[in-house]
Design a protein. Structure first.
Length: 387
């Protein structure tokens, strides 16, 4: 009798979270993400001219820097007050009753702290976390390998959970609900189902595209909580804190300049700090003040509204080609030479939140504020070329 099912847990058995995440697994799964497909560079800012600074910065998970700068617990985590309060309540209750945390779904744009929160949850619960990603779990056996290697109360963090395959998703349902998984072994007349028990674990799922998750999947999370872009004030605190940690001199003016141009995203803050530091070393006196920060970010073509070259091309395309829209995202993507999903994940959420464009049933339209910054004179009375 031969067993077809091979469960290889070795990959997931590393005890040191920071190693298992940053050492290899995380980078390999991350390279599968749509954003990272274009840019696989993992360290440093790009020396070729990226089509979009923000797309590039968000696709780059910098192991050493991330590790050094991640807030280790709730108290150190700046911003996202509602999410933090919800998580504190869940952690408090689970700890009081000495049980595993219920399953949690974190959603929101990249770089806002979903992975960081999974690590914090483990820290606050006094447990470990194993980190993987939707596209990496290709077969039910991969999932079985992961789940059976978990310990009681441990956290399994699945990034990009919307990219998990249909067949794997079905297995995840019973694992999340009943803490068991039924796997078929062998083939033909010898085929039979084997039930594997799984320790009570917590699934923390992260997604940038909650709309792509199926309803049955979503319903299995006790808490679904959204991370929003950070306010300038919160980012200011993060800049100051991270500069202090990295031993970089930055005054309040310099820190606020970076905070204002970081499009509400801590991961972008970290990238901008590094570039501004280099700029200050090369062109200034080594300290980041308002003037140095502004000049550094101009060099990266990030304007004072926090818009990069691709953002401005999107706004100009809407204005010039479609007299403000409405127009579909796919059409804009073709016009600006960018993948539609990248527009949807990286550029559109910020442009909508800041009120430069609006989403309507007919497509995207440029708002008054968008007209104000796109550098194109509005032609009143002219019909959109769409109609
Ligand atoms: P995501 O998983 O949502 O893409 P991450 O958790 O990887 O985002 O966060 C990216 C980086 O941003 C981390 O290295 C961390 O240093 C920083 N970061 C995220 N959230 C915060 C926060 N609230 N305060 C300080 N730094 C943060």
């Amino acid at each position: 009798m031969s067993f077809r099912l091979v469960i290889d847990c070795s990959e997931f058995e590393q005890k040191d979270v920071s190693h298992s995440f940053f050492g290899g697994n995380a980078l390999s799964f991350f390279q599968n993400s749509p954003m990272a497909k274009k840019k696989t560079e993992q360290n440093g800012y790009a020396d070729d001219a990226p089509r979009s600074y923000f797309e590039d910065a968000l696709a780059r998970k910098d192991a050493t820097l991330d590790q050094a700068l991640r807030p280790p617990n709730f108290d150190d985590f700046t911003g996202q007050p509602r999410t933090i309060e919800r998580l504190r309540v869940m952690v408090g209750a689970a700890r009081r009753e000495r049980r595993a945390l219920d399953h949690i779904l974190l959603h929101g744009p990249p770089g806002l702290g979903k992975t960081t929160l999974a690590l914090i949850l483990a820290e606050e619960m006094g447990t470990k976390v194993k980190i993987t990603s939707g596209p990496v779990i290709e077969k039910p056996a991969d999932l079985a390998g992961l789940l059976t290697a978990l310990e009681e109360g441990e956290i399994l963090f699945i990034d990009e959970i919307h990219r998990i395959s249909k067949v794997v998703e079905e297995f995840l349902y019973s694992a999340m609900e009943d803490f068991r998984i039924d796997i078929m072994i062998d083939q033909g007349p010898n085929a039979r189902s084997v039930r594997l028990s799984i320790p009570r674990f917590t699934l923390v799922g992260a997604t940038t595209r909650t709309g792509l998750l199926t309803a049955p999947m979503r319903s299995r999370f006790t808490l679904q909580t959204r991370l929003d872009y950070y306010t300038h004030e919160d980012l200011f605190k993060i800049v100051k804190r991270n500069c202090a940690k990295l031993g970089i001199a930055a005054d309040d003016g310099g820190a606020m300049e970076i905070a204002r141009r970081a499009r509400g995203t801590p991961r972008i803050v970290n990238n901008l700090i590094r570039f501004a530091r280099d700029y200050a070393l090369e062109r200034g006196n080594g300290a980041i003040d308002q003037k140095t920060a502004a000049a550094a970010l101009e060099l990266l073509e990030i304007d004072r509204h926090g818009l990069d070259d691709m953002d401005k091309r999107i706004l100009r395309t809407l204005a010039l080609n479609y007299n403000g829209g409405p127009v579909g995202l796919g059409t804009i993507g073709v016009a600006v030479g960018e993948d539609e999903h990248t527009l949807e994940e990286v550029h559109e959420p910020y442009l909508i939140q800041e009120g430069y464009i609006a989403r309507t049933p007919q497509g995207r339209v440029l708002t008054e504020k968008g007209w104000g910054v796109c550098g194109v004179e509005r032609e009143f009375g002219k019909q959109s070329t769409l109609f």
